[in-house]
Design a protein around this ligand. Structure first.
Ligand code: PHE
Length: 477
């Protein structure tokens, strides 16, 4: 592999970095809150079906494209077929939009982790008289949001600038196992609280009523969540695949990534759901604020041990968030480096990191400044998109900038990009091309029939429904 692109140092390193990318805020922030507002078990069921029939195939497809070409998305699609170059651009727009809100959320998480850490030592850094009021104050005070977003961006920049093996891989090798241990510690604590059982019932008790009420709503929410959580449809796995050795078994790696990611999402749910039942009378509908406002109330109600649990919890969210945002940044960086190499220029990795960090910081301004939709009426700096765009139908358009960015990326671009990629693999390039690449060094490809149906039919058609559902849902149509 070309030295200037760098590569992963070991198989485990690759896996941990890929799992690190997949396991992120999507699992710990997105999954529980979407599950909370989409009927618990029904959401979980649809999610699992989608992960098996769509997620796995798209994962194999992306790793295949990356490894076959050894290039980042733009160049990779171009190499596979000139007609699909635009798909590469599509794959690059998504990380850009996602980073626009991911960095802001990462900043909030960092702030929480730090304050819980100081609180363990008796130093109160919340800066509000009542801890449980913190979230509302913090998201509206523009300066705090900006500073913490910038801190989070800076940490990302430093690690990514160090390179794939030296930065990302090293971080994930320590971070991922640590995350797992912290996760289990908090799960055990929550499990022994009175009332926790109802949370498990909400998650695992058979109840498909919500599907009868709003199937398309649950489907599109679960699908967007799945793409986002698995880091699919936006070039990440193509990029990581391009660093993958030819000896590696693509299918096996894909299964491991999908299983680990799904497991962590369920484990995160097993913290948040029982905690909401044990401490908040079963109020699981906290929306995007669930991870922050609701969980902070939970830790507050725990009493003395709450600070330690809070630190462990937000510490693990921090690790999850940063190993994902690094991968997002890496897509942009490797694309830039590839482009410069093509023009016979020096790779310029560090400079690329700096420039992209600044650009994304600017893109994230609206997300950091609208108080997650509270708007100027509540004293925040900026109004939500509906008001800014002067939409007549404000009621159906009242989501915040974060939701708006989220709609563009996980609601539209990711399902669209994945559907077209699956279509191209199924009907134009044909599965045989994937099989050949997967079997290069003696690995056997299994489930040809299954993958064929996934690529040809299930993913392209299913995802069109999803995009329709996302758009109608967001605009309240
Ligand atoms: N998968 C990550 C998460 O669950 C987010 C992410 C999306 C990272 C897309 C990279 C690419 O939070």
């Amino acid at each position: 592999m070309e030295n200037n692109r760098g590569s992963f140092g070991s198989k485990l390193g690759f896996l941990l970095a890929a799992v690190g990318s997949a396991v992120g805020l999507g699992n710990i922030w997105g999954f529980p809150y979407k599950m909370g507002s989409n009927g618990g078990f029904a959401f979980l069921l649809v999610y699992l079906v989608l992960a098996i029939f769509v997620g796995l195939a798209v994962m194999v497809g992306e790793l295949f494209i990356g490894r076959k070409t050894g290039l980042s998305p733009l160049a990779a699609y171009k190499k596979l077929s000139k007609k699909f170059t635009w798909l590469g651009w599509l794959a690059l727009i998504s990380p850009f939009v996602v980073l626009g809100f991911y960095f802001v959320l990462g900043g909030i998480v960092t702030r929480y982790a730090v304050s819980y850490l100081t609180a363990i030592f008796g130093w109160n850094t919340w800066g509000v008289p009542q801890v449980t009021d913190f979230f509302g104050h913090f998201i509206c005070a523009g300066s705090g949001m900006l500073v913490w977003t910038a801190i989070f961006v800076a940490i990302n920049g430093i690690v990514v600038a160090a390179g794939v093996a030296e930065g990302i891989e090293k971080f994930c090798k320590i971070g991922m196992p640590a995350l797992f241990v912290m996760l289990v510690a908090v799960i055990i604590y929550v499990a022994v609280q009175p009332g926790a059982f109802d949370g498990y019932k909400f998650m695992f008790g058979w109840n498909i009523e919500p599907l009868k009420e709003d199937f398309l709503g649950v489907l599109s929410s679960a699908a967007g969540q799945m793409f986002f959580s698995l880091s699919l449809g936006m070039g990440i796995m193509i990029t990581y695949g391009s660093y993958l050795d030819k000896k590696e078994n693509i299918q096996q790696n894909s299964v491991i990534i999908v299983v680990c990611d799904t497991l962590v999402a369920i484990l995160a749910g097993m913290i948040v759901m029982p905690a909401c039942f044990a401490f908040l009378d079963g109020n699981v509908r906290g929306g995007p604020g669930l991870l922050f406002a609701s969980m902070q109330e939970v830790f507050f109600k725990m009493g003395g041990i709450g600070n330690l649990m809070g630190f462990l919890f937000y510490g693990l969210v921090f690790i999850a968030a940063i190993s994902s945002s690094m991968s997002l940044l890496e897509v942009l960086i490797s694309a830039t480096v590839d482009m410069r190499t093509e023009k016979k220029k020096a790779p310029g990795r560090k400079k690329a990191v700096l420039v992209w960090c600044i650009i994304i910081l600017i893109i994230s301004l609206p997300v950091a400044l609208d108080g997650l939709g509270s708007g100027t009426a509540a004293g925040c700096v900026l109004d939500p998109p509906a008001v800014v765009f002067g939409s007549a139908n404000v009621a159906g358009w009242n989501d915040c900038w974060l939701d708006f960015y989220d709609l563009i990326s996980e609601g539209i671009l990711m399902p669209l990009g994945s559907a077209i990629m699956a279509f191209a693999i199924g009907w134009i390039w044909k599965l045989d091309m994937v099989v050949k690449e997967c079997e290069l060094e003696g690995n056997k490809f299994w489930g040809k029939g299954f993958f064929n149906i996934c690529f040809k039919v299930i993913t392209p058609i299913g995802m069109l429904f999803v995009i329709y559902g996302q758009i109608t849902g967001f605009f309240g149509l």
